[in-house]
Design a protein around this ligand. Structure first.
Ligand code: LLP
Length: 458
């Protein structure tokens, strides 16, 4: 049986004449031999194409739109350069992420600082680096921000992160816009309004320019986004009458769902952009608030992007990067528990991918050196860590597998390497980028020495 590759694999992935998986013209079996496993392989062309696709989908519909890459999904100098080349900005949450941006020379006006508990050092580092946009998450950081802005003689542009009480229908750990979320200022309780008033008090030091909401992750339904746009624009109107606020930026966060298994359908970028931009146009009634420098007609009008200076901001993380990488593991032990299940143990697991253990995330796999062999067994892919919950995949159909075979798991680009740990003191994997038949290391494999370098032994 000639199996084909599903579109869970990056776009340059092929099955080559040796019946092996190939990415960007590189045979994955050769890559595993050269760089070792577990190995994360990024498809450079896929990553760049995806960034351009998402950027263009929004810019063609709303000229003044800015796509920020949510760096928590995975940031490294290589990734930073790819997204910088594509003209994207970034959403950062730490000094580490800021430092990478600084090293690659990303212009600070495309950096938005986030966080539900930003430290004074982080805010200071961001302002000193020239970062223009701070997304305020709570009342306490307003005074801190005003003090630091004063000290550094800068005038940051601020967005209020709101919790609009919208359920995004996703895993409960990934729902961040609901009323009880630790993120954002709850709109219903008056706290969001209070934050805006406090900011107005510091108007000479801080400029409130916009509203933000990130309602969650792995969202496949567009309705929660429409509701969020309605909630945010309504609140902008309230703020206009309360404190004369002029909305200049609307930031809708990220969260766009990405399929990890064949049964999940991808959200088409074009549909996403069309729905968001058109519901945004629909929600702009000039009677409610006026967009600076614009000449907007009330609802139902068909606005042209040129008619508004209002900036639409988006912060996808996973949707920009998840599908561009494949994780490759080597099979070691195989344990058949008769009438129960067969475990195929690999040389990675929860140390490089915590998502199945943490969220019950689903994945699929192929045998990279037996790509066209027909499936004959159903097995679980178990990790090597000392934890019963360390199961990467509960059940997957595979050809007969033996020790030394290579398991390839697609959709490995987001929230795996950045959430990796050294549990059991096992070094974190190498990451490579492949393009046009060549592969290069973008993160070398950790060594035991690397892991021990912070321990003090007197
Ligand atoms: N903007 C903000 C303010 C965020 O907090 C996040 C993600 C994003 C954008 C990007 O969300 P995305 O488009 O990647 O869904 N570790 C979890 C995901 C946590 C997301 C945290 N915030 C996972 O592995 O599924």
């Amino acid at each position: 049986m000639n199996q084909t590759l599903t579109n869970l694999f990056p776009r340059t992935a092929r099955i080559n004449a040796r019946n092996h998986l190939a990415i960007a013209g590189c045979d994955v079996v050769d890559l595993a031999r050269e760089f070792g496993t577990p190995l994360y392989i990024f498809d450079d062309a896929h990553l760049r194409a995806r960034a351009a696709e998402i950027r263009d989908a929004f810019q063609s519909r709303w000229q003044n739109s800015l796509v920020l890459y949510a760096t928590k999904a995975y940031y490294s100098p290589y990734i930073a350069r790819v997204f910088k080349d594509a003209g994207l900005g970034i959403d950062v949450t730490s000094e580490g992420e800021l430092e990478i941006a600084r090293r690659v020379g990303l212009t600070p006006d495309k950096i938005y600082l986030h966080g539900n508990n930003k430290t004074p050092a982080e805010i200071h580092a961001a302002l000193a680096q020239g970062v223009t946009h701070i997304v305020v998450d709570n009342l306490d950081e307003i005074e801190l921000l005003a003090r630091l802005a004063d000290e550094l003689r800068v005038t940051p542009r601020v967005l209020l992160r709101l919790a609009p009480a919208i359920d995004p229908h996703t895993h409960r750990y990934l729902a961040t816009g609901i009323a009880e979320s630790k993120f954002g200022l709850p709109m219903q309780t008056g706290i969001a309004m209070e934050a805006a008033r406090r900011l107005a008090h510091y108007a000479s030091r801080i400029t409130l320019v916009g509203l933000h909401a990130h309602i969650g992750s792995q969202i496949f339904d567009l309705a929660p986004y429409r509701d969020t746009i309605a909630a945010l624009t309504d609140f902008a109107a309230e703020l206009k009458s309360a404190i004369g606020f002029e909305l200049q930026e609307l930031d809708l966060g990220g969260g766009w769902g990405v399929p990890y298994v064949e049964e999940q359908n991808a959200l088409a970028v074009e549909d996403m952009a069309e729905t968001i931009v058109s519901s945004f146009k629909f929600q702009i009634p000039s009677s409610k608030f006026k967009v600076q420098g614009s000449n907007l007609e009330p609802r139902t009008s068909n606005l042209e992007p040129e008619t508004s200076n209002l900036k639409l901001v988006f912060e996808p993380g996973r949707a920009l990067i998840a599908s561009s990488a494949v994780a490759v593991y080597t099979v070691g032990a195989i344990k058949e528990i008769r009438d129960v299940r067969t475990y195929i143990a690999v040389d990675g697991g929860m140390g490089d991918n915590i998502r199945p253990a943490l969220y019950g995330a689903q994945y699929t796999a192929r045998v990279a050196n037996k790509m066209n062999d027909a499936p004959t067994m159903r097995a679980a892919i178990a990790g090597r860590y000392c934890e019963q919950g360390d199961i990467l995949i509960n059940e997957v159909a595979l050809p007969r597998v033996s020790a030394g075979d290579l398991i390839a798991i697609p959709t490995a680009g987001a929230y795996q390497i950045p959430m990796a740990s050294n549990y059991n003191l096992i070094p974190r994997p190498a990451v490579i980028a492949a393009r046009d038949g060549n592969a290069r290391v973008i993160r070398r494999r950790e060594t035991v020495e690397d892991m021990l370098r912070c321990d003090v032994d007197e």
